[in-house]
Design a binder for this molecule. Structure first.
Ligand SMILES: [Ca+2]
Length: 214
């Protein structure tokens, strides 16, 4: 009887832990096969813009990819350059100060031409799953395109290519660094932007002509 009781407690501990972990960790979410809101921009993005309101489209990545041809049949021509979303990376860190991690997902958006930019989604753990807190798009390549992103001391640190230091459309030798903090339901920039140089003049590898290698 006593042995059975111990076994029961032991199983409860194992199961309790594993269920608890799986049920409240954004690290368990497969963001490469996740559905995201999407706006197909009707303007050329040359700056970071937070997106509010309800998105009209949804894009479900499959193994990290979603093709724009699903909603824009003109892009479905065989041999046409890829247009759509590609999973880039996910960054974890506490942005709400509640000692639980949020997840910041970076997706690249290829237009099907030479232009591309990034969509960035910030998820918190909501009612049993990821809940979108906020999202933005970067600018295009050297025009405030995304350089790097990280979570640092509770702030979302976003580095964008500085158009003042651009060399062609693809690249820039300078960056602008901004810090955003969650306040009253939105991310707001705190302090002034910092400017610095960078050796990584494009987030993607490009040829000498400035076209992406991959
Ligand atoms: Ca948190």
């Amino acid at each position: 009887m006593r042995g059975r009781l111990y076994l029961g407690c032991f199983l409860l501990l194992i199961c309790g832990n594993s269920i608890g972990y799986a049920a409240d960790s954004l690290r368990e979410i497969d963001f490469r096969n996740h559905e995201y809101p999407l706006v197909v921009l009707d303007y050329w993005p040359d700056k970071l813009r937070w997106i509010s309101g309800i998105a009209h489209k949804k894009a479900k990545l499959s193994n990290g990819v979603w093709s724009l041809a699903e909603i824009e049949p003109d892009l479905a021509v065989p041999g046409a350059p890829f247009g759509g979303l590609t999973f880039d990376s996910v960054v974890y860190g506490d942005l709400l100060g509640d000692e639980r991690e949020e997840a910041v997902v970076i997706l690249r958006y290829d237009t099907g031409g030479t232009m591309y930019w990034y969509f960035v989604y910030v998820f918190a753990w909501g009612r049993g799953g990821p809940e979108l807190m906020a999202w933005f798009h970067s600018g295009d390549r050297a025009a405030h395109g995304l350089h790097e992103l990280r979570v640092e001391a509770g702030a979302l640190v976003v580095e964008l290519y500085d158009p003042a230091k651009r060399s062609g459309d693809c690249c820039s030798t300078g960056i602008e660094r901004r810090r955003y903090q969650w306040s009253k339901g939105a991310f707001r920039q705190t302090g002034r932007s910092e400017f610095a140089g960078t050796r990584r003049t494009s987030r993607r590898r490009v040829t000498v002509f400035g076209t992406p290698v991959e």
